[in-house]
Design a protein around this ligand. Structure first.
Ligand SMILES: Nc1ncnc2c1ncn2[C@@H]1O[C@H](COP(=O)(O)OP(=O)(O)O)[C@@H](O)[C@H]1O
Ligand SMILES: [Mg+2]
Length: 269
């Protein structure tokens, strides 16, 4: 299944972003196996967008997905998503609060439906304590372990990591660029389609250079002042193996769906 050579464009399988107006402008979605940065400043709806993609894949394609949040607790993620109108009763959600009990959790997997496994900082911290290694070095290892276990035992092949920026804050990497390189290699070996949330901030500008060349795609979200309004915007800055429209679209969430629109304005304003 993984890493087979693609010799015909029609063989490239894609996962939809479920943003109306954007999938149509990128040959249907993100190629499977891509590592895509979801980049933007705080409040640009990065987490909401990734959650929406996973929710829809679980609901419509019965895929098993994983959402790892180092920024928000499980309760906080659910509160946001319920407030946005996502009907949680329609999908099978599994909260993984302890990796050691993963064997029991796997039994909750519904083989006839999609499943969304959510894990948060509490689970990672517990695992670090359980294996009694120094916190500094183990965040990334525990994250990798969670990804590997869910891939092997629950067939997860699409995941969100929220966020790379939180990982840098929690860990002291001697060589962050190299760690990032090997993390991405690890995901590629698993053939994991990965949404990596990357927070825009000035002091992280240096590492963003490495994030961006190592990734297969970058979707950029912005909050742009326009007269007295702040407008949400979205653009595809990079998407390997994809013919895409790189225009800046206005980005809206209404009636339970995301939209990329020209908004009646010149998109290049
Ligand atoms: N129901 C809703 N409709 C539209 N926007 C919403 C809704 N609920 C929350 N938001 C917006 O989403 C923003 C937070 O989104 P979030 O995904 O947490 O952003 P980020 O992860 O980029 O920091 C809030 O600032 C709020 O403006
Ligand atoms: Mg967020």
């Amino acid at each position: 299944m993984s890493n087979e050579l693609i010799l015909d464009a029609s063989q490239i399988k894609r996962i939809k972003t479920y943003i109306k107006g954007l999938d149509e402008n990128m040959q249907g979605g993100i190629p499977e196996g891509h590592i895509v940065l979801i980049h933007g400043s705080a409040g640009t709806m990065k987490s909401s967008l990734c959650f929406s993609m996973m929710y829809n894949e679980v609901l419509l394609n019965k895929r098993n997905c994983l959402y790892i949040s180092l920024e928000q607790s499980y309760a906080s993620i659910l509160k946001n998503m319920v407030n946005m109108g996502f009907d949680m009763s329609k999908i099978n959600i599994i909260y993984m609060n302890d990796l050691a009990k993963f064997g029991t959790l796997v039994k909750q997997i519904n083989q006839n439906a999609g499943n969304l496994i959510i894990t948060d900082i509490g689970c990672v911290r517990k695992q670090i304590k359980d294996i009694k290694v120094s916190e500094n070095k183990s965040w990334l290892n525990v994250v990798k372990n969670i990804i590997l276990k869910t891939a092997q035992e629950a067939n997860v092949n699409f995941f969100t990591f929220d966020s790379l920026s939180a990982l840098y804050t929690l860990s002291t990497f001697e060589n962050p660029r190299m760690e990032l390189f090997y993390f991405f290699e690890y995901l590629r070996d698993l053939n994991m389609t990965s949404l990596m949330i990357s927070e825009e901030s000035e002091d992280k500008a240096n590492i963003f250079g490495s994030e961006s060349f190592l990734s297969d795609g970058i979707i950029t979200l912005r909050l742009t002042p326009f007269r007295r309004n702040i407008i949400r915007e979205i653009s595809i800055s990079k998407m390997r193996s994809t013919k895409c429209n790189t225009d800046v679209f206005s980005f809206e969430f209404k009636n339970g769906s995301f939209y990329a629109l020209y908004g009646g304005q010149n998109p290049l304003l």
